[in-house]
Ligand binder design. Structure first.
Ligand code: PBG
Length: 323
């Protein structure tokens, strides 16, 4: 029935009417807070390109986790910034590495907090690439072995889930197989399945000190022009044993979030990355957007597109706004 019988504005009149028919819910339970852990003691270093984000040594990290848990956010994603780097990224799979120690400390202090670990070599390699470099290229199959070693070491430390972000072929299958063999069949894999070679990672590379020394990541991360390929990546990862498939970045790739969800029906995560965060912070700082409204709108759009969980640097702040 067209106008004048149908007036969609009738249900927009009051907040309680709007609340009754709201299609998308955004709550702290959907959010995952990324955290950077550094070697050393009593360290709390602000990241210049990411206002509000700091790098923490372990005891400070545990204190931050207390605040995060109090905000209602139940999950964190850990990134390590080691004291030393080398060609094969050995800090990534060191039992006494910065992430492994942080996981043990976090799980001891906050057994109920879900601790997910980023599994990648780029923060640990001297050249900043996500794997082992041979003849100027990241060697896929050698890298997969090192990633599996890394994932196992995180599981041994007590990680609740591992999240490979390297984009090597076959890494999910190998990690799944080795986790099962080593007695960790219950540890889920949150696969960064469709991770694009994006300019929006700039601030993160600042925070993690992981800018590649030569070349770029286009030989392993996805071409921003492709969406069908993202569905193939997600399907392959699910066949190899992924429990959650992730799309990254989020807001410039909402169509990809939608497609992956529709094609697979699997749990989907989306990563609202550093550049998406820092752009909002920068505009808000200049008074150009209302930060709270803009950030919540961006996060709601990611849920509306089909994401179940959202990794976002806004998690703790957004949770406070939502409560
Ligand atoms: C590393 C990794 C990156 C991010 C998450 N894991 C950076 C990259 O691929 O260069 C980016 C996250 C962000 O920008 O917030 N494998």
């Amino acid at each position: 029935m067209p106008f004048p019988s149908t007036r969609l504005r009738r249900l927009r009149r009051t907040e309680s009417l709007r609340g009754l028919i709201r299609e998308t819910e955004l709550s702290p339970a959907h959010l995952i807070q990324p955290l950077f852990v550094v070697a050393g003691e009593n360290v709390r270093e602000p990241v210049d390109s990411m206002p509000g984000i700091e790098r923490f040594s372990i005891s400070e990290l545990v204190a931050e986790a207390t605040e995060i848990a109090a905000s209602g956010v139940n999950a964190v994603l850990l990134f390590g910034v080691p004291a030393a780097k080398d060609e094969s990224g050995s800090g990534a799979y060191d039992e006494e590495g910065v992430v492994q120690m942080a996981v043990r400390a976090l799980k001891e202090a906050h057994p109920d907090l879900t601790v997910i670990t980023d599994v990648c070599l780029c923060e640990y390699t001297s050249h900043g690439h996500c794997g082992f470099v041979r003849e100027g290229e990241v060697d896929n199959d050698i890298t997969v072995e090192l990633l599996a070693k890394t994932a196992i070491s995180h599981a041994e430390a007590g990680a609740d889930a591992v999240a490979p972000s390297d984009m090597m072929d076959g890494r999910v299958g190998t990690i799944r197989h080795q986790l099962d063999e080593e007695g960790h069949p219950g540890v889920p894999i949150v696969a960064y399945s469709a991770k694009y070679a994006s300019a929006f990672y700039g601030p993160f590379r600042d925070a993690a000190g992981s800018t590649p020394e030569f070349g770029d990541r286009r030989g392993y991360q996805m071409d921003p022009a492709n969406a069908e390929e993202a569905v193939r990546e997600a399907e392959l990862d699910l066949e190899e044993g992924a429990d959650v498939v992730m799309v990254k970045p989020a807001t410039p790739y909402l169509d990809v979030v939608r497609r992956v969800k529709a094609a697979t029906g699997a749990p989907v995560a989306a990563y609202h990355v550093s550049g998406e965060y820092s752009m909002l912070k920068a505009a808000a700082d200049r008074g150009w957007v209302d930060e709270r409204a803009a950030a919540l709108e961006a996060l709601t759009s990611i849920r509306r597109a089909g994401a179940d969980a959202i990794v976002t640097y806004y998690a703790k702040e957004a949770a406070a706004w939502l409560s």
